[in-house]
Design a protein around this ligand. Structure first.
Ligand code: SF4
Length: 219
């Protein structure tokens, strides 16, 4: 794994991210490499001021190598669109880059990543964020908030609040789209609106930062 912290790297961000993604393809730092089909490194605009970070790849992501595809991805796109944002405006990745799964009744089923797996994958996440240097991070779900904002993040109480993070001046956590899709009725509608509100707050935070730093790219 290259160490982008140790020296000034003046290459374009897109080139540096592509190199990291290539290196990650052969990562075997945790046991998830045994069962993955693809390393899901991340996609989007390397110059994006806003980065969204989810938990980890599921089956669809593992088979395509892309984050947030399938039902969760479509739902996220719908919520982004409600705020006038498309994927070309942002960068999306996960806390871990290989699917966490276990055999159940002869089939691989998704499971939450362990603390050791998250720790093993942290250097990839850190180098991604060090390269992009986002102004705003929106964490989707508590595993992401634990990694980016603070440990033992309580998403029901702390969702929608701004924090300073060592990875970005402004970080907030919202619901993970997959969680919202499991809710029904009023609970689903409320959580969906909260996610849209949080994305909109992130968009406004970028606009505010743009006024203070005119060189920052904008939606
Ligand atoms: S989850 Fe991360 S640390 Fe584990 S094998 Fe995949 S890329 Fe490497």
């Amino acid at each position: 794994m290259s160490d982008l912290f140790s020296k000034e790297d003046t290459r374009p961000k897109s080139e540096r991210l592509a190199e990291l993604a290539e290196q990650a393809k052969s990562c075997s730092a945790c046991s998830l490499f045994h069962t993955r089909a693809n390393v899901v490194f991340g996609v989007g605009n390397p110059e994006a001021p806003l980065v969204l970070i989810g938990e980890g790849p599921g089956q669809n992501e593992d088979s395509t190598g892309l984050p947030f595809v399938g039902r969760s991805g479509l739902f996220l796109d719908e919520c982004l669109k409600a705020c006038g944002i498309t994927r070309k405006h942002i960068y999306i990745c996960n806390v871990i880059r290989c699917r966490a799964c276990a055999y159940e009744a002869g089939r691989l089923k998704n499971r939450p990543p362990t603390a050791e797996e998250v720790k093993s994958c942290q250097p990839w996440l850190e180098q991604t964020l060090q390269t992009i240097q986002p102004h705003v991070i929106l964490c989707l779900g508590s595993p992401s908030a634990n990694a980016i904002i603070h440990q033992n993040f309580r998403i029901t109480q702390e969702r929608g609040q701004w924090y300073a993070s060592k990875y970005a001046p402004h970080a907030m956590a919202s619901w993970h789209p997959a969680y919202i899709l499991r809710l029904e009725g009023d609970a689903h509608a409320t959580a969906k609106q909260q996610l849209i509100n949080d994305i909109e707050a992130a968009r406004k935070q970028v606009i505010l930062a743009r006024k203070q730093t005119p060189k920052l790219s904008l939606f």
